[in-house]
Every structure is written in C-alpha cells, then in structure tokens.
Design a binder for this molecule. Structure first.
Ligand code: NDP
Ligand code: MG
Length: 382
C-alpha cells in the first residue's frame, strides 16, 4: 500500500495523481492541500477521506473546517500546515505538486521525516537543490521525478552505470511562440501565451513554457537530479513532444523514452517505482509518427533559457533570484500588469544587480526571495 500526501491536490498534477489513485486500489490518500480552491478541496476530502487537509489562508481554513464538520477530516493552515501534512506518521510518500518556492520547507521537512518525494515542484529544486539532494541521500530518501523530461531521463538511466553517461538531451516543445522573433513577441496576450500546443498544465508553467524559462528551470532541475554539469545538458527543441528526453552514453548510444504527451505516465511511474503498471491511455502509433523533428533553441528570442543556464553555472543564490523574479513576473503578466518580454528582461536586470551568496542556507534563500520581489516591484510600474 502506498500512503501519500499530495501538496497541491487541486492543481493539474494533483488532480491527475488522484485519477491514478482511482485506478489503483493500493494507494491511500492520507492528506491533501490547496491554496484557495476550498470548494474542490472539500469535494476531494469527501471522496478520498484523508485524515488531514491544508488550506493556505486561516480564514478559508476555518470556513472549510465548518463545511467538513460532519467528517473526521482535520483542517490545518499555512506553511506550518503544509509541513504537517508532508510529515504525517501515516504516509510514506509526498507528491509535491504545489507551484513555486512555497514547496521548499515542506519538502525539506518531509525528507527529514524519511518520506520519499514524488517531485513535480521544480522551483524547489532550482532554488534549494544543494540542500535537498544531499539531505535526501543522508536520510535515505528517494527523490522521484514527475516532470516528464526528468522521468524520461530517469527511465533511460535504468540499469545503466550513470558514470558512463556523456550527456542529457533535454527535449522542449518550443511552446506556442516557437519560430517567432522578439518583434513578434512584443505585444502577445495572456491568452496567446496560455495556448500550449501539446500539454494542458497549470497557468504558471504554461507561461514558463511560452517563455522557455520552464526549460531553463528544467536544466537546473536535471543538474540536481542527475548530478551532471551544465555542459552535459543540451536542450533540443522537438515540437511534437513524443520523445520526452534522452541520454547519450560514452559509446554514442542514445536511449530515450517516448510516449504520448500525458503526465499520467510519469506521475504513475514515480508513485510505483520501480514497478511498471498498466495505464489506460492512448498509446503511440508509429505509423502515424511520420514527422519527428529537432531544432536548436532560439536563445536570442528566448533569452530566459540562457539566463537559466547562466544562473545555474553561477550557482549559489543566483538560481533563487532567477526563479523568484520569474514567479513574481509571471504573476504580473497573468494579471495584465506587464508585457510578455518584460518577464525575461526584468529577470536579467535583477540578476545583474544581485551579489551572489555561495551555498545559501534556507533562511538566506527566503531572504533573497524577498529581496528579489522588492527588486521586481521597483522595476514594474503600471
Ligand atoms: P497548478 O497551478 O495547476 O496547481 C498548483 C497547486 O498548488 C494547486 O493545488 C494550488 O491550489 C496550489 N498552490 C498554488 N499556489 C500555492 C501557494 N502559494 N501555496 C500553497 N499552495 C499553492 O500547477 P501545476 O499542477 O501545473 O504545477 C504544479 C507543479 O508541478 C509546478 O511546480 C510545475 O512546474 C510542476 N509541473 C507541472 C506539470 C503539469 O503538467 N502541470 C508538468 C511538469 C511539472 P489552488 O487550486 O487552490 O490554487
Ligand atoms: Mg517538463
């Protein structure tokens, strides 16, 4: 029996994790969480009967607690609440499906409590990978990737000697603006940016995909998950999203994982690793795959991708600045407060102003997050 908590159960990854639980009797849902969607969280609580749920705002937690008073579900709140559900005695795994750096503390505490992590929340690894990966090793905890590319890499490394890996080929769809230039992107709208050609995902990651900053975050995520140098990670644009990523070995052999663009496979693989299970999804038809293509990313237009490589190479607190600036700027773009290209341009400005702190501890990471938010605010006038 897999006993799990889902941080962010009302989101895209969270809901798909629950769908997998519907199809597998040996998953027990012990805790769930939402930011503010208490209507859906109530519904989930009634369906899955977890012992605890968490809502971020105390007033909403109170409201939900009243709604659930005819049940045995305990309602907790805030980051402390997230930590509580991430460290419950009754669980053996946490699915981190919240969006953003809010996932750092619960993830760290879950690892300390010996829980395996099915990791979707890439922002956490981008900013605190240097804390999380050694801690997981020390606590003998597995970090199982949910991100489709990282799951593909993980699957392609199965049974191989990872010291014989020469590079990771991280595939990218290129998003809705592939082939466009800076001029074309000047006035793109939120709706245009939210139209991802292949994947249906939460709003923040969809914008990150349009700017290709998602791929940049994934480069840093791959560095931490697979302990490779940035020179060993090559981003390959593959618009059809059929090859989910590949690894090249020292003898030139390239091993890949392919599949339809569907997050259920990587989520299920992380939940039951090392076991493979049936998944009732559309399978690939190779007679239909007449046109798999590959391109170099356009780093001039999608500057966010090179900024991420730069932040990763500089290391220390710089990835936190990149990530925190991006989180705040994407929010502003989604609220129509700034233009699309302001995202990458402002990230660059704030990175230029930052004095790197090497090996930042958790407190410093959270301070730099606040510093970055202030810097972003001072550059964004309505
Ligand atoms: P969604 O926006 O769909 O869902 C996010 C979840 O986190 C929701 O449950 C939301 O609650 C909750 N949440 C949002 N903000 C906060 C906050 N400040 N504090 C606590 N909880 C919060 O995101 P996705 O499911 O798309 O993405 C989740 C993570 O997985 C991200 O890190 C993303 O990069 C990663 N990922 C997602 C993929 C996808 O296909 N969606 C693919 C690969 C990685 P509420 O519903 O109340 O707002
Ligand atoms: Mg991905």
């Amino acid at each position: 029996m897999r006993k799990i908590s889902i941080l962010g159960s009302t989101g895209s990854i969270g809901k798909q994790t629950l769908e997998i639980a519907n199809d597998n009797e040996d998953i027990k849902i012990c805790a769930l969480s939402a930011n503010s969607n208490i209507a859906l969280l109530e519904e989930q609580a009634r369906t899955y009967k977890p012992e605890m749920v968490c809502v971020m705002q105390p007033e909403q937690a109170k409201e939900l607690s009243l709604k659930l008073r005819d049940t045995n579900v305990k309602v907790v709140t805030g980051v402390e609440g997230l930590i509580e559900i991430a460290t419950l005695d009754s669980i053996d795994m946490v699915v981190t499906a919240v969006v953003g750096m809010i996932g750092i503390r619960p993830t760290i505490e879950a690892i300390k409590a010996g829980k395996d992590i099915a990791l979707a929340n890439k922002e956490t690894l981008v900013t605190a990978g240097h804390i999380i990966m050694p801690l997981a090793k020390e606590c003998n905890v597995r970090i199982l990737p949910v991100d489709s590319e990282h799951s593909a890499i993980f699957q392609s490394l199965n049974g191989e000697d990872s010291s014989k890996l020469s590079k990771i080929l991280l595939t990218a769809s290129g998003g809705p603006f592939r082939g466009k230039n800076l001029e074309d992107l000047k006035n793109v709208t939120v709706n245009e940016a939210l139209k991802h050609p292949n994947w249906s995902m939460g709003r923040k990651i969809t914008i990150d995909s349009a700017s290709m900053i998602n791929k940049g975050l994934e480069v840093i995520e791959a560095k931490w998950l697979f302990d490779v140098g940035f020179d060993q990670i090559q981003v390959v644009v593959h618009p059809q999203s059929i090859i989910h990523s590949m690894v090249e070995y020292i003898d030139g052999a390239v091993i890949a994982q392919l599949g339809t663009p569907d997050m259920k496979l990587p989520i299920q693989y992380a939940l039951f690793y090392p076991e493979r299970r049936t998944l009732a999804q559309k399978k690939l038809d190779f007679y239909d795959l007449t046109n798999l293509t590959f391109e170099k990313p356009d780093l001039n237009t999608f500057k966010g991708l090179s900024l991420a490589f730069e932040a990763g190479r500089l290391g220390g607190s710089m990835p936190t600045v990149l990530n925190a600036a991006n989180e705040r700027l994407v929010d502003k773009f989604l609220n129509n407060e700034i233009k699309f290209l302001d995202i990458q341009n402002t990230i660059e400005d704030v990175m230029n102003k930052h004095n790197i702190i090497n090996n930042p501890n958790l407190e410093q990471i959270l301070e730099i997050e606040q510093w970055t938010y202030k810097e972003v605010e001072s550059r964004c006038y309505k």
